[in-house]
Design a protein around this ligand. Structure first.
Ligand SMILES: C[S@@+](CC[C@H](N)C(=O)[O-])C[C@H]1O[C@@H](n2cnc3c(N)ncnc32)[C@H](O)[C@@H]1O
Length: 253
């Protein structure tokens, strides 16, 4: 998709129609069932957090998923590690969707949870639906306003590169996410690779084309033990206009 020919010429974060984000369409298109590439990401995040907490058993008080949208699997990745999870979101529509889902999440998330439960740390959460309902709270806000050094574990999936066409806003979003974490907090962040923008329902949303080196460069000043991996484009990609996915796991310095 070419945003310019589609009439979307600017593309700064504040200019996109976030409050008209069609939550249902986005959820249906991306998360109605478990796709191979999400499974690959879940396995890597699950194993990174398990490895981290085996080496560093102190559990954080609270975790955050930044730009949660209509994706609950980053929140599921946090469940064994903290008893308070903030689902931080900018869009009114996504906030309403999250509030409904948190109360009793839908059956589709069962297949995602099953991948987590291949590790005993996740199996120990016997009632994930109840655990999400009691641990997660939705917070409405702009990630550029996040407080510093507040959360002890964090995730941010498909947000920093999928909110603006401006590279400086991609870098700023990564920095805001990292700065919101406390020293030595483990994190996982996922990015679309070389995204040209995306359509949700009838509306177009901006993206900034980034690759693994851009992700490394944006996170490196804030992270140690940084592990960047590339998830290849599947045979049936969710849409056109991107070349794969990038996962970054690490620890806040
Ligand atoms: C491509 S969606 C990703 C949603 C979800 N994390 C996922 O994994 O599918 C981008 C998300 O970023 C949110 N977003 C955009 N600008 C934001 C901002 N300034 N602060 C916080 N969230 C923002 C949008 O509302 C949307 O939910």
């Amino acid at each position: 998709m070419d945003l310019t020919s589609a009439g979307y010429t600017q593309g700064l974060n504040r200019e996109a129609p976030w409050d008209s984000f069609d939550s249902r369409a986005y959820h249906q298109h991306n998360y109605a069932f478990l796709r191979k590439e999400d499974q690959e990401i879940i396995e890597a995040v699950r194993d990174y957090f398990c490895e981290h907490f085996r080496k560093h058993p102190d559990r954080p008080d609270s975790g955050i998923d930044v730009g949660a949208g209509t994706n609950l699997y980053p929140a599921l990745s946090l469940l064994p590690w903290c008893s308070n999870i903030t689902l931080y979101e900018h869009s009114v529509e996504n906030v309403l969707w999250l509030e409904r889902e948190v109360a009793a999440f839908s059956a589709n998330w069962g297949a995602f949870w099953d991948v987590f439960t291949e590790r005993p740390e996740y199996r120990a959460v016997s009632d994930p639906r109840g655990a999400v309902a009691s641990a997660a709270a939705v917070g409405k806000g702009d990630l550029f306003d996040l407080p510093r050094a507040r959360w002890g574990i964090g995730t941010m999936f498909f947000v920093a590169e999928s909110m603006s066409t401006a590279y400086r806003e991609f870098e700023g979003a990564v920095a805001a996410f990292a700065r919101a974490l406390t020293p030595r907090a483990p994190f996982a962040a996922a990015f679309m690779e070389n995204s040209q923008g995306y359509q949700v329902g009838d509306l177009l949303f901006p993206a900034c084309g980034v690759d693994a080196e851009d992700v490394r460069g944006a996170l490196a000043p804030f992270a140690e033990d940084l592990r960047i991996s590339r998830v290849r484009l599947p045979e049936d990609p969710i849409r056109s206009g991107y070349t794969g996915m990038i996962l970054a796991c690490g620890r806040r310095v």
